[in-house]
Design a binder for this molecule. Structure first.
Ligand code: 13P
Length: 255
């Protein structure tokens, strides 16, 4: 399975900045063969970045969406709109959406179902807080998030879902010295997620599921995290804002 390296630019970059980063990135990774790369700019830059990335293998993704195709939802963006400008991926249930916008598992599940219906690949984020980890509840939290967010998803649809394990305590929030999970801790949770998928779907679905890691991934630690057997890629925040450091992470996934 090719590793998926996805850039989550969060609420950063104006349109010219985003286009210039995409331009730089496509040159830097033009020889990359063994990794699949996706860029998730803010909504305003999606179309322009998509045009810049035309005729490259770099895929386009959004950071959120509404679950309805259209309607009176002021300020929101629908799956049809994303599909219409060439998005293939959509990040759903990111911990920042859960925390700052009070998104819950029921809402995230509606979005997952809607993304699948509209042939967008959801990158479904799950992750525990530091408090939950310290009180040994990490597995319980991930189990519940997955169970709820994947409600009504069948094994065939699951082939088109990416799970991103993003421990909330490891996300940099723009502070570059945050520590990622150790490769052992990340691997343990990824293995747990794969076993969970084996239990609710079947062993083939679990084996083929893409489970990627997010939280302070940088060029310095990408290779060791990506070398773990159950880590199938990375969702990169801060380090993806710089095309050179993101390209180095892509290179680490090639090995
Ligand atoms: P950082 O890489 O900045 O820790 O962010 C991770 C993340 O939230 C990606 O979705």
């Amino acid at each position: 399975m090719k590793k998926l390296i996805a850039a989550n630019w969060k609420m950063n970059k104006t349109v010219p900045e985003a286009v210039s980063a995409a331009k730089e990135l496509k040159l830097l990774i033009k020889n990359s063969k063994n990794a699949e790369v996706a860029v998730c700019p803010p909504f305003t830059a999606l179309e322009a970045v998509g045009k810049e990335l035309e005729k490259t293998k770099i895929k386009l993704g959004a950071q959120n969406m509404h679950f309805e195709d259209s309607g009176a939802y002021t300020g929101d963006i629908s799956p049809l709109m994303l599909k219409g400008i060439g998005c293939e991926y959509v990040i759903l249930g990111h911990s920042e959406r859960r925390e700052f916008f009070k998104e819950d598992d029921v809402l995230i599940n509606k979005k997952v179902m809607s993304a699948l219906k509209n042939k967008l690949t959801p990158i479904l984020c799950v992750g525990e807080t530091l408090e939950q980890r310290s009180s040994s509840k990490a597995r319980e939290v991930i189990d519940k998030q997955l169970r709820n967010c994947l409600d009504k998803v069948n094994a065939k649809q699951m082939q088109n879902v990416v799970i991103a394990y993003e421990p909330v305590w490891a996300i940099s929030r723009g502070i570059s010295n945050t520590k990622p999970a150790t490769k052992e801790d990340a691997e343990e949770m990824h293995k747990f997620i794969r076993e969970f998928l084996g239990n609710i779907f079947d062993s083939a679905t679990a084996k083929n599921a893409r489970i990627i890691y997010g939280g302070s991934v940088k060029p310095e630690n990408a290779e060791e995290l990506l070398s773990m057997p159950n880590i199938n890629g990375a969702l990169v925040g801060n380090a993806s804002l710089n095309a050179k450091s993101f390209a180095e992470i892509v290179k680490a996934a090639e090995n």
